[in-house]
Design a protein around this ligand. Sequence first.
Ligand code: NAI
Ligand code: ENO
Length: 365
Amino acid sequence: MNAKKIGFIGLGLIGGSIAKAIRQYYPDYDIIAFDKNKESLALAIQEGTIHTSCSSIDDNFRGCNYIFLCAPVTYNAAYLSQLKDLLDENCILTDVGSVKTSIHEEVIRLGMEANFIGGHPMAGSEKSGFMNSKAHLIENAYYILTPSAKVAEEKVDAYKNFVSSLKALPVILDYHEHDHITGTISHLPHIIASTLVNFVHDTDSKEGMMKALAAGGFKDITRIASSSPVMWQQICLKNSENISQILGEYIEALSHAKDLVDEGNEPALYALFENSKDYRNSMPNGSAGPIKKQFALYCDIIDETGGIATIATILASNNISIKNIGIIHNREFEEGVLRIEFYDEDSANRASVLLQKYRYVIYEV
Ligand SMILES: NC(=O)C1=CN([C@@H]2O[C@H](COP(=O)(O)OP(=O)(O)OC[C@H]3O[C@@H](n4cnc5c(N)ncnc54)[C@H](O)[C@@H]3O)[C@@H](O)[C@H]2O)C=CC1
Ligand SMILES: O=C(O)C(=O)Cc1ccc(O)cc1
């Protein structure tokens, strides 16, 4: 296959991860990038992820087969006009933004539909920047494509195949539908997480007891409150209609929950938690989806020197690699447990069987 030229505008967590995946699967492709952060570009050159770092959207971008817009959503749309005269007829112009209607509207306004296929990898994290990017970030994750009305079928097929070749799972969606779906399953949860964290901050005592005692449940549902403020500011500005409507409906759901508490409505409160438990448990547990599945188990451990080393040795001598390991102290595990994270499900299952053989008590959460 002919080596292709790929351009990136924005080389942070997502741009960097896609560039690294391309470098891994297509080592001979020419990758060029522009980012306002010069240090990221220097690091990407040094690591061999990109060949050319650009100080603006300049002539280097001519002749690209693909151009990925990977900056926060407002900037992606703002850069389209600078790209217009640099695109070949065959170039596939795409973005990775979390909101799609606004960029499609700008593409239509500028007459760039024949080149544009919107994109959105449903993978990421609360971390940002090139230094946190990873070649396998999009692996097994759904990758939504929103083709423009006037883009040729062959371009859509080529892009779908390219996404699959990077081990992501392409899904075609209408861009309006995309913004309603992500408004509900991604944008609303981020707003809930951030307002909840701020609520604790604002209502906590001077001594910060709430902060000190915040348990696993609070931390689980607020992890994403640590995400990039500029990215989420721009998502809220660009998907405001959907988010406002969805927030309105969600506030009604919260208000209904308050009514049940005020009434002391036993059956309805039970049903609230039973329904959520059943539906949450029915969600696929594969690695695809916005939150990558973590393959972790929890293990009781006596707090003594060498305790962790013994477990690490048992696992290592059975060729099971540990991704992360650490002691957790919270209300669920009063005595403190060891949390061990693995790279895949098979390793987690083998570790569980093995450690139980050595009489460790294992919790799979
Ligand atoms: N973080 C996540 O989990 C996900 C983010 N996205 C989308 O991906 C896009 C990028 O997000 P991340 O990579 O997470 O953010 P990031 O903050 O890690 O990367 C953004 C990059 O764009 C650069 N940048 C910012 N403003 C710029 C400008 N005006 N000109 C040139 N470069 C500029 C930054 O220096 C940074 O390197 C956003 O549109 C976001 O909506 C999509 C899926 C997941
Ligand atoms: O960290 C997480 O779990 C996320 O939710 C990441 C994420 C953030 C923004 C997106 O548009 C898609 C995925």
